[in-house]
Design a protein. Sequence first.
Length: 230
Amino acid sequence: MSVIRWLFDAQLVIGDQSILWREIIGNVFGLASALGGMRRKVWAWPVGIVGNVLLFTVFLGAVFDTPNPVNLLGQAGRQVMFIIVSIYGWYAWKHARNADGAPVDPKWAGGRSRILLAVALVGGTAILTPIFSALGSYEPVWADAWIFMGSLLATYGMAKGWVEFWLIWVAVDLVGVPLLVSAGYYASAIMYVVYGVFTLTGFFVWARARRVLAAAEPLAAVPVESPVGR
């Protein structure tokens, strides 16, 4: 059996529950990507893309004839979205290194951007819910739509270097855990709990980095007196 065929079919059996190894491995890649994002490492983006490809096949359970024949269209669709936005983020971070060599300086999004993010999250969820319902997504469909929109905005916020993107992930996790448990995706649900703790940590790490940068900015703006003429 080829490695790819094994990866596609292999399952971890716990009692009467079967969990695809693709789901476990995909989430591990996702967690590694989140760790890289917290440390502001460019490799976070390609690592995340690998996890996205694996999880795309997992959340279309009925399409790929997996042990869990449930389609979560929002979850599957957001993997495609992740890949697209991650390519943008990968490019942006790779070509925007600061004086210290870091790919991005954490910054606050600001009041206007926060309002736009909130409106996009609520409005996008309202728009996508009937679409996902018509396509046969798992109930409650609004939760699937919420996760999709939140993931889109959080990934975009990460690419922009906004500290608030971590809090959007928290909002995604709060809805995602009960949805995944009810749909039988237990490995992903457990990972969402881990993500929830991790994203809160990431928020405080980035907020602290922003404070350090803000404190250093006035010092950097002070002109250095030239010794010439002394």
